[in-house]
Design a protein around this ligand. Structure first.
Ligand SMILES: *Cc1c(COP(=O)(O)O)cnc(C)c1O
Length: 409
């Protein structure tokens, strides 16, 4: 996380200028201490009931980060077979990994079964196929759609009526028939309503639905509430009150477990909550351009490296890391891609000069992970800061990387 003290900008105790001297820009920088703080915060908020944190690794999949998560004691939530493989490579045990695919080929599910990870199924026809092939020999978790509308962003909201995710709770009778006829062993129930939940109420509504549904499945050993934990992006943003959630959910889970012969474990799958604030994206200013409308600060990056502002209208706070105490002026921060790629309009930033390093905050989640080679631009480097040391965990790409998979070179 970015800190400014005595005119110096640091991340995890390391000067940004030192990081840039080694890794250059543009570069993603991750602060291990912040990820650790976030995992510990969840663990302490949910300490009153049996709980497991499954880091949703699609947010940031660098293997060094996966290893860090493992050292912090999390499991892994994965959405593709190669995320499963990355998790195993990082040292996770198969039973610490949950595979939550959507619309993948059955062959991919079969591969995940062979690798021995937990399987989460979100479609009745797939469940039928699964029962036909594996019967009761491989336990399965069911992803349900409780039809809870979370947040305001359609694209990242997954629980609504038109969503492609999950099995509708109104289809449970059909599910029960499929489960009974193939003798399927249902060991978990799952929901993930979206990525922008503001308060505990949505979780508790969903929890109620999952707990009710669990009555139908006596072999269920875990209930997975997915994610949706919101982190502050703007200085005055409200974050999910995980402590309040923990207290209220704890009461409900403990009451439920008192009625069960085997208590259920509660799983969560935070991605953003753990890695967003830990990440800073460092870019260098190429051009200052005054137009009739505004002053543009153009950086050596764009929607190819950080697409969230353009895709989700996401806000990333921008700080001039080279001149943090300069006179604040108004800038529109844009990228170099030949398409409109505005990071932010009318941002108050300490006076910017060509060559300055602009730092985008909250860039740990869905930053590098969603980057591309659009405009034939290599992807940036990644740096992990830990114990006061900065270490490159992914080198910058080069033209050779752009050509590596082409066969007519
Ligand atoms: C994306 C995703 C998550 C993580 O969401 P965040 O908003 O990053 O916390 C968790 N579970 C599933 C199934 C997902 O697809």
């Amino acid at each position: 996380m970015l800190t400014i003290t005595d005119g110096q900008t640091t991340i995890g105790g390391v000067a940004v200028s030192d990081i840039v001297a080694v890794a250059d820009a543009p570069t993603y920088v991750y602060d291990a201490a912040i990820m650790e703080r976030q995992v510990k915060r969840l663990r302490s908020a949910f300490s009153s009931f049996p709980c497991r944190i499954m880091y949703a690794c699609k947010a940031l999949t660098n293997i060094a980060i996966l290893r860090l998560m493992r050292s912090l004691g999390t499991g892994l939530d994965t959405v593709s077979i190669d995320e499963v493989r990355l998790g195993l490579l990082a040292g996770f045990e198969a039973n610490e990994i949950l595979f939550t695919p959507n619309m993948v080929s059955f062959d991919e599910i079969r591969q995940a079964v062979e690798l021995g990870v937990h399987i989460n199924i979100d479609t009745i026809s797939v469940l039928e196929h699964f029962g036909h092939e594996f019967g009761s020999s491989v336990p399965v978790c069911l992803r349900l759609n409780p039809h809870i509308m979370a947040g305001g962003n359609e694209r990242i909201s997954t629980g609504h009526i038109d969503s492609k995710f999950g099995i509708s709770i109104h289809q449970m009778r059909h599910v029960q028939r499929v489960v009974a006829s193939a003798g399927i062993h249902v060991n978990g129930l799952h929901m993930h309503t979206g990525s922008d939940i503001l308060d505990a109420d949505v979780f508790l509504q969903g929890a109620e639905i999952l707990l009710e549904t669990a009555e139908m499945f006596p072999d269920v050993t875990f209930l997975d509430f997915g994610s949706g934990f919101k982190v502050p992006y703007k200085p005055d943003d409200i974050a999910t009150d995980v402590e309040d959630l923990g207290r209220r959910l704890g009461e409900r889970i403990n009451a439920f477990n008192a009625t069960r012969s085997t208590p259920v474990e509660v799983w969560f799958e935070p991605g953003k909550f753990i890695v967003s604030e830990a990440g800073t994206f460092l870019t260098r200013v190429n051009v200052i351009k005054q137009t009739t409308a505004t002053v543009f600060a153009g950086v050596d990056s764009g929607l190819n490296h950080l697409i969230r502002p353009m895709l989700y209208n996401a806000y990333h706070h921008v700080v001039n890391a080279s001149n943090p105490e300069g006179t604040p002026r108004i800038y529109t921060v844009v990228g170099y891609i030949c398409e409109t790629d505005t990071f932010g309009w009318d941002r108050k930033i300490a006076e910017v000069h060509v060559g300055d390093i602009l730092a985008f905050q909250n860039a740990g989640a869905y930053g590098f992970a969603m980057s591309s080679n659009y405009n034939s631009r290599p992807r940036p480097a990644e740096v992990l800061v830990q114990h006061g040391q900065a270490r490159i965990i992914r080198r910058r790409e080069t033209l050779a990387d752009l050509l590596a998979t082409q066969t007519d070179v």
